[in-house]
Design a protein around this ligand. Structure first.
Ligand code: FEO
Length: 387
């Protein structure tokens, strides 16, 4: 059993067999559904887990409870990866009270048919729940990641139960490792990234609390150097670049645009780019390319023309960027077209709908494959991206 503090236990589970989180995100090392137990005069379960893992979670819960009975379950988030075992919990402990806000219970009714009349404790911003030595304070965190999300601060142990915020793909660990940012960043930009402003609001709310431990709903508990993790969240949610560098995101039909993108990457290095990442939008993990788009301060798009527009993988990438509110970056364009190049026009039109995008002056047009004139244009664009 994992103790977070003297009276807080980890009772979550790792899901190592799920292929795609939310049916779209590749899981290299699975995902954890975190759930916690606060043992005091009254006992609170902090969220449940996806119903895929109910049986294992129930074992953890019973082991941590011993012969005691929980009084409350705090529902931070109704998304099924956390609410999926609520009905089993209510079946095991029919007198348990459900703690949530008005929206929590609206969503509860949408997901489930169970009558919860008389079983709810409705809390609002700043509401408190006393368990004995521990008092829980609730803060609303709408749109981090759904509208009903709330976080809970245990005023005694200074523990913040942060819902999806500070979550990460991969297994649970009782403290973060050096590589936390890699999968936390991919998780953040793809899952919460659209909601930078609500994350900023949450960071301001929790900044004065003196938090010593963050217990998210996915990934490791964070219990030291919290300024590092909070600093990353501050950068990410304010849409500021994290590192200097250029992402070259390309799509290619027969390999000529791919060759140009690879060659362009070398030209960027020669022109002094601090870091160059070249990614294939067709074969690489799109979620990772999205992550890199936000991570670096510059991006170059390279794509073939297709059906008088742009090749579908690039169209898809641009739609993702737009939905995650990509903004405030310098962008360069490389198009390929054998008879009537149209890719640059479409890429530019999409970028124009995003805030604070500065286009490099040179747009490179390749006619089928790189030739002397298009090589020269690539060199010019590389220079402009490194000015
Ligand atoms: Fe981990 Fe938004 O659910």
């Amino acid at each position: 059993m994992i103790n977070i503090t003297d009276s807080i236990r980890y009772i979550g589970v790792d899901d190592k067999t799920l292929d795609l989180f939310e049916s779209q995100y590749i899981l290299e090392e699975g995902i954890s559904y975190n759930s916690y137990l606060i043992l005091d005069e009254k006992i609170a379960v902090m969220d449940t887990v996806d119903e895929r893992m109910t049986a294992q979670w129930e074992e953890n819960l019973k082991a941590a409870l011993g012969d005691r009975t929980p009084d409350y379950v705090v529902i931070s988030h109704m998304e099924p990866d956390h609410s999926g075992s609520l009905l089993r919990l209510m079946e095991l402990f029919p007198d348990i009270k459900l703690v949530g806000n008005a929206k929590t219970f609206q969503f509860f009714g949408q997901f489930f048919d169970t009558d919860i009349t008389g079983k709810t404790v409705v809390v609002a911003e700043g509401g408190e729940l006393n368990l004995g030595a521990h008092t829980l304070k609730f803060m609303m965190a709408p749109m981090v990641h759904w509208p009903e999300v709330m976080v809970t601060f245990d005023m005694k142990d200074k523990v913040l139960f942060s819902a999806d915020a500070f979550g990460k793909f991969g297994a649970f660990a009782d403290n973060a490792k050096d590589d936390w940012a890699c999968e936390a960043r991919r998780y953040y930009f793809n899952i919460v990234g659209k909601y930078g402003n609500p994350v900023q609001t949450l960071l301001k709310k929790v900044s004065a609390l003196g938090v010593t431990t963050i217990c998210p709903l996915h990934g490791p508990v964070l219990s030291s150097e919290l300024e590092y993790y909070i600093g990353k969240y501050d950068t990410w949610s304010s849409y500021k670049p994290e590192d200097k560098g250029v992402l070259v995101a390309y799509a290619s039909i027969h390999g000529n645009t791919a060759k140009a993108a690879e060659e362009f990457g070398k030209l960027l290095e020669a022109a002094g780019a601090e870091k160059v990442v070249v990614s294939d939008l067709v074969r690489d993990d799109m979620a990772e390319v999205i992550e890199d788009a936000f991570r670096y301060d510059r991006m170059v798009l390279a794509a073939p023309s297709y059906d008088a527009g742009v090749f579908p993988a690039m169209q898809d990438f641009l739609a993702h960027l737009k939905s995650k509110t990509y903004q405030n970056r310098k962008v360069g364009i490389i198009e390929n077209g054998s008879w009537a190049p149209s890719a640059a026009r479409v890429m530019k039109a999409e970028l124009e709908t995003m805030k604070g995008i500065t286009l490099a002056p040179t747009t490179v047009t390749i006619k089928s494959s790189l030739k002397e004139d298009s090589r020269k244009a690539l060199e010019q664009l590389a220079k402009e991206m490194c000015e």
